[in-house]
Design a protein around this ligand. Structure first.
Ligand SMILES: NC(=O)c1ccc[n+]([C@@H]2O[C@H](COP(=O)([O-])OP(=O)(O)OC[C@H]3O[C@@H](n4cnc5c(N)ncnc54)[C@H](O)[C@@H]3O)[C@@H](O)[C@H]2O)c1
Ligand SMILES: [Zn+2]
Length: 381
């Protein structure tokens, strides 16, 4: 049984300036997502967190010059020592070597099990830092400070943490919840356009899977979002987090409902892994994957062809790819067979059953091949 998705709790206007909070309700692991402008430099953002002697900020060499000193200044009053590990930027570094650098830093400094980790950056840093927090001394608290749109609307929320393995994305990880998420919308000002669009892919995702009205809102406000209008961003981040909170609150460990958050991801991960991490951005893979998953929904007779056109249009307007790269079909299928949603060797896809409602289905290989072919760039097979 799934509980109905609650309506958005406040209007976009109310969330334009001040911070809003979305709660993730997981009993004694309940935590807040703070969303707004100016959060970074507001002392109250950083108060009331678990006390410790040491805080370790994990970030990368792109984000560090922008925000590391500011975060250090804010945290200094709360800890004896505020340390940092600056990793090389990129999805290809979401791996054992980077994880080891974080763990090694903690051990070398004899960091105790109260040490608080701060993930300062996008989803790569968030996933890796969360996993480090999950396994260091069997678990230390961590705070997500997402600085990409994608991380603010998706990866920092819900407690999935992981690193990649050469054989598959996010294949080594843990469910481990942060103690707070701080989504300062001002950090999005420095984000490259391509990354902004990648974040929009995950925002768009929430419409067809859970909230038809939100899809219509995105279509109507896409230009404002692309122009980084703060009140539009505030609403988009908040509504996305509300939907994710609603899903995760019912199915934290993905025994069922939570899988719907992977709409577009089965195809998208295949593109990401198939081309090599870093070639297509995660959000770009998901975007194109949503076109394919919409096509599959149509070919399974669940949705009208007009739905595929509608999704293609909004994804394209968001500056995202709608045409899949050419890969041999066996390669696609091999890549999709390692997906965590699969059971008993059958590939399972998130499909849209009606606007605002998603489900999981298997599909014959031949049909999957047709779906991919219908949205692949022309060229040799
Ligand atoms: N855990 C989850 O539930 C979940 C959900 C979705 C995605 N993910 C993961 O998230 C990752 C993708 O996250 P992402 O899209 O944030 O990528 P990312 O972390 O690689 O960040 C994108 C780029 O933006 C840079 N950057 C970050 N913040 C910036 C800022 N404020 N200004 C300028 N540049 C900035 C980064 O250094 C990087 O170059 C993938 O590994 C994906 O698997 C996880
Ligand atoms: Zn995603």
């Amino acid at each position: 049984m799934t509980a109905p998705l609650p309506d958005s709790t406040s209007s976009a206007a109310a969330s334009a300036a001040g911070a809003t909070t979305v709660a993730i309700d997981l009993g004694d692991r309940r935590y807040d997502i703070l969303i707004g402008s100016g959060l970074f430099d507001d002392a109250s953002t950083w108060s009331g967190l678990p006390r410790a002697a040491v805080a370790l900020i994990v970030t990368n060499d792109t984000v560090a010059p922008l925000y590391l000193e500011r975060l250090k200044r804010q945290l200094a009053p709360h800890y004896k020592q505020v340390e940092s590990v600056v990793l090389p930027d990129g999805e290809q570094h979401k791996n054992w070597a980077s994880l080891d650098r974080v763990i090694d830093h903690l051990l070398a400094g004899a960091a105790d099990r109260k040490t608080v980790l701060y993930a300062l950056g996008g989803g790569v840093i968030g996933d890796l830092t969360g996993f480090a927090a999950a396994i260091y001394m069997r678990g230390v608290p961590f705070v997500q400070v997402p600085t990409t749109l994608l991380a603010q609307v998706d990866s920092s929320v819900g407690g999935k943490t992981a690193i990649n393995h050469p054989r598959g994305k996010n294949m080594v990880g843990a469910f481990y919840q942060p103690v707070r998420v701080v989504a300062d919308l001002d950090t999005l000002d420095t984000l490259p356009d391509r990354e902004l669009s990648a974040g929009l892919a995950e925002i768009i995702k929430y419409g067809p899977i859970a909230d038809e009205a939100f899809l219509a809102w995105i279509e109507a406000n896409l230009d404002a979002l692309l122009a980084r209008d703060k009140s539009a961003l505030a609403h988009a981040v908040k509504r996305s987090c509300e939907i994710k909170a609603w899903v995760v609150g019912q199915d934290e460990r993905e025994s069922g409902l939570r899988a719907i958050l992977n709409f577009g991801h089965t195809f998208g991960h295949a593109i990401e892994t198939g081309l090599g991490y870093g070639e297509w951005l995660h959000g770009e893979g998901v975007a194109c994957g949503m076109v394919l998953a919409s096509e599959l929904s149509a070919r399974l007779g669940l949705m009208p062809p007009a739905f595929v056109d509608r999704m293609t249009r909004v994804i394209e307007r968001a500056g995202l790819p709608v045409v899949a790269p050419r890969m041999p079909i066996e390669r696609w299928l091999d890549l999709m067979r390692v997906d965590k949603k699969n059971e008993g060797g059958e590939i399972r896809f998130v499909v849209i059953e009606s606007l605002g409602k998603a489900g999981l289905r298997g599909a014959p290989d031949a049909l999957v091949a047709e779906v991919i072919e219908a949205h692949t760039e022309p060229g040799q097979r």
